[in-house]
Design a protein around this ligand. Structure first.
Ligand code: ADP
Ligand code: MG
Length: 357
């Protein structure tokens, strides 16, 4: 990949920068600007070299969202010259984006002289503003993309013992990872709603807990000695949160989080690990099930292991710790990518990265 530092002449050039400002918005305000802050150095660099910038992002899945809150927030957190940076529309509004339509890609390319990808978190997508556009313009990687690739490449040849912690909800998207990391890692801990599928397959009552209804053939995975599941859970029973054993969930109850014994068990594994990769929270953290995730996060952040954490939801739990003055050490890398991080770790590259080679 060519870095933006290799661009010969930026004076008076218009640079199209694909960023990922797909950030959570609440009551018209940006809730978490982690991904926005990460690309400011690239923008700063290009402007100082005399370029004008057109920022391209998507917001939300279908492109119907207005970029207005994002644009307002961008100008609150940056001090760039107003007439040097402009935003294109929410790029997912155009069907050509997700179809990677060459006509649309060419149209995007016509807006500038140079293309820069600094949107690691979308680089697993074969979209026009990520892949197609590179056919029509000299194309380079921004600092944030380069930093992701550098740090995540370390994770491709990890030190052992390697502990993979996987939580969250979308079972169908995570099943290939479970299989993959049962090979690559030494231990695979599965928490969050994903664990409910395993409990259900084992024949345990899971009450009203969130579970994926599709029947995944989990038999082979169960046999794998690397697989580790919660040994206890926090259950919502009426208005109360109760720490229970796996087999004790009532029909009207709801599994919210991993239990205290599970956290103790994880603490021992974390202590022995040299490399820890974590995606997805261990509980329904938005609804009171955040204890286990927070406690385990602290243990992971204090450990001596090399740590890579990624995924929108787990990173927002991390931000809530950080804002309580929790400092990250240099052995911890927080990826802006969820799906992109996991695809990169599984395949060693991404379509958007290949397009820059
Ligand atoms: P990430 O964004 O970190 O990759 P995911 O998007 O896969 O994580 O999953 C996050 C979602 O999983 C959150 O909305 C969280 O509430 C949900 N979740 C985790 N554990 C549970 C649970 N036990 N019950 C219901 N939802 C859960
Ligand atoms: Mg998520």
């Amino acid at each position: 990949m060519r870095s933006i530092e290799q661009i010969k002449d930026l004076e008076e050039k218009t640079v199209i920068v694909r960023v990922d400002f797909n950030v959570p918005i609440k009551n018209g305000k940006v809730e978490d600007d982690f991904k926005m802050i990460k690309v400011l150095p690239t923008i700063d660099f290009l402007l100082k070299k005399g370029a004008r910038i057109i920022l391209i992002t998507h917001l939300g899945k279908d492109g119907s969202a207005s970029l207005e809150p994002v644009i307002r927030h961008f100008w609150e957190i940056s001090k760039f010259e107003k007439d040097k940076v402009e935003f294109y529309e929410n790029v997912r509004k155009f069907p050509g984006e997700e179809e990677n339509d060459p006509v649309f890609a060419k149209k995007l390319a016509s807006f500038g002289d140079i293309y820069v990808n600094d949107a690691f978190a979308v680089s697993h997508r074969m979209h026009a503003s990520i892949v197609g556009i590179t056919e029509y313009l000299p194309s380079y990687a921004g600092f944030q993309l380069l930093e992701e690739v550098k740090n995540l490449s370390h994770a491709l040849s990890p030190e052992h013992p390697f502990l993979f912690i996987l939580g969250g909800a979308k079972f169908s998207t995570k099943i290939p990872l479970i299989k993959k990391y049962l090979v690559l890692a030494d231990q695979v801990f599965i928490g969050g709603a994903l664990a409910n599928n395993f409990f259900k397959t084992q024949g345990y009552e899971i009450g009203q807990s969130l579970v994926d209804e599709i029947d995944y053939n989990l038999g082979e995975i169960f046999k794998n000695p690397k697989l580790i599941l919660p040994v206890d859970i926090i259950v919502k029973s009426g208005d109360k949160l109760v720490n229970k054993k796996i087999g004790e969930v009532g029909k009207d109850e709801n599994i919210l989080d991993a239990g205290r014994e599970t956290v103790k068990k994880l603490a021992l594994l974390i202590k022995d690990s040299k490399f820890i990769l974590w995606n997805g929270p261990l509980g329904k953290y938005e609804a009171g099930g955040d204890e286990a995730t927070k406690q385990v996060l602290k243990l992971v952040l204090e450990s001596k292991a090399q740590v890579v954490i990624g995924g929108g939801d787990i990173v927002s739990v991390l931000s809530s710790l950080e804002s309580k003055s929790y400092k990250l050490k240099p052995n911890v890398f927080v990826s802006t990518g969820g799906g992109a991080m996991l695809d990169f770790l599984a395949n060693g590259t991404l379509p958007g990265i290949k397009a820059l080679e």
